[in-house]
Write a protein that binds this ligand. Sequence first.
Ligand code: 8X3
Length: 249
Amino acid sequence: MSQSIALITGATSGIGEATARLLSKNYRLIICGRRTDRLEKLQKELSTETRMLSFDVRDKDAVFEAIQSLPADWQEIDVLINNAGNAHGLDLIHEGSTDDWDAMMDINVKGLLYVSKAIIPGMVERKKGHIINLSSIAGLEVYTRGNVYCASKHAVDALTKGMRLDLNEHSIKVTSIDPGLVETEFSEVRFKGDSKKANKVYLNYTPLKAIDIAETIEFVLNRPPHVMIGDLLILPTDQASSTVVNKKS
Ligand code: 8X3
């Protein structure tokens, strides 16, 4: 029997890349992202059969064209990991940039919907599948200046719950993974390349690493067929909430 197929969005860095590397032991992989050079490099390094799809989740037509372009023996996707997502800016609501708002809603919410729409009907037909949505502690709590990012992740939380309800009769598992502070390019993107600001987010305590989340995803996927992990909040030991972090100085 051939290995199951997992499709990962945002596979070119951070949690997506770590998850691709970990799942390459047991899955055939479809790695997706915007940065073709990074996808090519990752594809070469993975030991499993891998396909790469280069598209921006914001581009509805590109999403559907890329997924439809998969050859027949790659069409039956067993696991969808909706990982692509970003924060843009950390501004008060009256000072935020509408471009940042568009980017967060377009990538985190609409992009997740487009990819899901391209893949879920096949899962429904086969009555089989597992969707893992990467949400955030920001999908459960709202913090000062988090406004639109938190709204986008609250939307992901609602969509996860909606998917679980609508797909219940088709035996499709739906899981939400809600990380707290994970040291990745996340803050670098949020602060538009200001590394000094970005690095400060992870100073004086021990943040999570991408591999911590990848290992959790692997655990979730390895549960027996009758077990669905619904929702997991994963925090660094030093973090109690969005705003309470035990910084050592
Ligand atoms: C990332 C975690 O706390 O920066 O989603 O919102 S946080």
